[in-house]
Design a protein around this ligand. Structure first.
Ligand code: FAD
Ligand code: MEZ
Length: 568
């Protein structure tokens, strides 16, 4: 047999997997996945049969109920979804290599026009496009405000970039900060955000971000989130980045909490469902969306309002390079769906855009593991050294500066260096060790030898840095926060280089998340939130501000869309 369908066909007929000979009846492949688990067990049960110590394909940081068909295909080659970021080379039956071609949203105009002419299959109050944090927050908020919601996600797994977020969610004047006696206020968060964004941010949107940040933490907490650990991110004047106890990744946790809330509120969630067009009437008012279901094909949904929450485009290097040629050929930290087709859909429907030329590289991506190493590692005390064993930058400066400094080093990469006390302070580090991307030395000398770095120079660098910590003053690079001396063996190092991380620009919105049209007027019934929008972060986003952005503006967009649907 060539594929899983042939293989199962030899044991029975099409109804081994499908409800009838016509094939799948919905794009979540609900029936087909139930058939898989009825014979093979659930994802968790399969994971329990696997050897300990391996990076299990059935135990991942993804969120929601991961369908078997996310990787195992019937009639085509199976492909490991994990390989969109990593390269585990799992020995999966009937598998092919991960590869994806970007298909423009208007590639199939004739078939699309035909589906539109056929008319709508169904009607709803609000359609949310995208199942990342912004989309899920909008869906929950719209459901809370009485709207009937359909949430459409083009990928086979939910959560977008949100599920990958690591370091934290920025918020000022929170209960967690108060408990830790951290003196912060909303105005400092506004000032930090404006300064980090080189003052081209929309100040009204920044005010909304900071003024609602603590409420958003409370809102998530009421839904079951744990955001009680507070650390430092680059460009922040104080510790305000909130994450789960022990320093676990923030994104998978927040996305899971939002997913559970959306599911518990009976949101109609459809995966493998790409929105390719927003439909408007002759007055320019939103009336529907055209969807391409991976298995069911094109169909139209009538809706009063739409929330575009499709994220950024960092994974689409062609588009990135168009706006910032210096990033051509760079790897990206993002999930595979971050291609920017939501931007195309919005622009085709008349949305104005801003700041698209600002694309951010994250300084510490591990090319070996295909994983971004969180800024929280530096925030908790790690330093950056070059191949000569020397520090070369204030490690917690803004990302644009840290990335430029790394690229100026020999080999255009550097080493993130930390000790066992940093490891113990942040449970996220265990994940990097599990992925085998961390070099370890029982002594500093052993580590230096492993990295082919001059051990005396590295020893000198660390002694000098520890002296700065003792004196609470970095006399070399003026690093403002010096959390701990690095004196506890073993010592660790990860090779890191910049990778495309965040796209600051996007659709223009106002403080109610309403989308502005190219004609200067808001488009009735169109809302947007999250990385698809421009204006909140200016020219450079601060670490931790995106999760804050998507929850706050996602909630606003959902509330406003529900309100609009009720009134129209
Ligand atoms: P996403 O979460 O990306 O969701 C958008 C969804 O829309 C995707 O699932 C996508 O597939 C879907 N979609 C796109 N087009 C369509 C379409 N046409 N039809 C249907 N669906 C579509 N920020 C922080 O503040 N703190 C952090 O610690 C942090 N860590 C990060 C770590 C990593 C590795 C990455 C990549 C980012 C990190 N960020 C962090 C940034 C932050 O995660 C993102 O900016 C944020 O999650 C974006 O949320 P979103 O909901 O706007 O988009
Ligand atoms: O905001 C981010 O992108 C972030 C904090 C990433 C990280 O390093 O964890």
């Amino acid at each position: 047999p060539e594929n899983l369908a042939d293989f199962h066909g030899e044991m029975g007929s099409c109804d081994t997997c499908h409800v009838n000979k016509k094939g799948p009846t919905d794009d979540n492949l609900t029936y087909e996945n139930a058939q898989c688990t009825s014979c093979h067990g659930t994802l968790k049960e399969v994971a329990e049969t696997e050897r300990e110590g391996i990076v299990s394909p059935h135990q991942s940081h993804l969120i929601g109920d991961i369908s078997c068909t996310s990787c195992h295909s019937g009639h085509e080659k199976s492909v490991t979804y994990c390989d969109s970021c990593h390269s585990f080379d799992y020995n999966m039956p009937f598998s092919g290599k991960w590869e994806r071609e970007f298909v423009p949203v208007n590639a199939d105009k004739e078939a699309q026009d035909k589906a539109i002419a056929k008319g709508a299959k169904e009607t709803t109050d609000v359609v949310v496009i995208g199942s990342g944090g912004a989309g899920l927050a909008a869906a929950v908020a719209a459901r809370n405000n009485g709207a009937k919601v359909i949430l459409l996600e083009k990928e086979p797994v939910p959560g977008g970039n949100t599920k990958l977020a690591a370091g934290g969610m920025n918020a000022a004047e929170t209960k967690a900060q108060a408990k830790l006696k951290i003196a912060d206020n909303k105005q400092i968060m506004i000032d930090d955000t404006m300064k980090g964004g080189r003052n081209i941010n929309d100040p009204e949107l920044v005010k909304v971000l900071a003024n609602n940040s603590s409420d958003s933490v409370d809102w998530l907490t009421a839904l079951g989130a744990d955001l009680t650990d507070v650390g430092r991110m680059g460009g922040a004047s104080v510790n305000r980045s909130h994450r789960p106890t022990g320093g676990a990744g923030v994104g998978a946790h927040v996305a899971q909490v939002l997913w559970d809330a959306a599911v518990s509120k009976d949101t109609d969630i459809r995966l493998n469902s790409r929105v390719v067009r927003i439909i408007e009437d002759t007055t320019g008012k939103v009336t529907g969306v055209l969807v391409k279901g991976t298995y069911t094909g094109y169909y139209l949904i009538n809706t009063d309002a739409v929330v575009i929450a499709t994220g950024g485009f960092a994974k689409n290097n062609e588009r990135v390079a168009k706006y910032d040629p210096s990033l051509k050929g760079f790897k990206a930290t993002n999930h595979p769906g971050a291609t920017g087709d939501g931007l195309d859909v919005a622009e085709l429907a008349g949305a104005a855009t801003k700041d698209l030329e600002y694309v951010q590289a994250h300084p510490t991506y591990s090319p070996v593991g295909g994983v971004m190493v969180t800024e929280a590692v530096r925030g908790n005390g790690a330093i950056l050294v070059n191949r000569e064993g020397k520090r070369f930058v204030n490690e917690i400066t803004t990302r644009d500066k840290a990335s430029a400094a790394i690229l100026a080093q020999k080999g255009e990469s550097a080493y993130l260096l930390f000790d066992d006390s940093v490891r113990k302070s942040l449970s996220k580090i265990e994940g990097y060790i599990h992925l085998n991307i961390v070099n370890e030395g029982k002594t500093l000398e052993e580590l230096a030898n492993k990295l082919s770095m001059p051990a005396p120079e590295l020893t000198k660098t660390l002694a000098s840095y520890n002296g700065f910590v003792k004196n609470a003053k970095d006399a070399q690079f003026e690093r403002p926060d010096l959390p701990r001396e690095l004196t506890t063996a073993p010592y660790y190092a990860i090779e890191v280089a910049p990778a495309v991380h965040h796209t600051m620009g996007g659709v223009a919105i106002d403080t109610k998340a309403e989308v502005k049209g190219k004609n200067g007027k808001n488009i009735p019934g169109m809302f947007a939130a999250g990385e698809i929008t421009g204006g909140v972060h200016g020219a450079n986003r601060l670490g931790g501000n995106a999760i804050s952005d998507i929850v706050t503006f996602g909630r606003i967009a959902g509330e406003q869309a529900a309100k609009y649907a009720k009134e129209n």
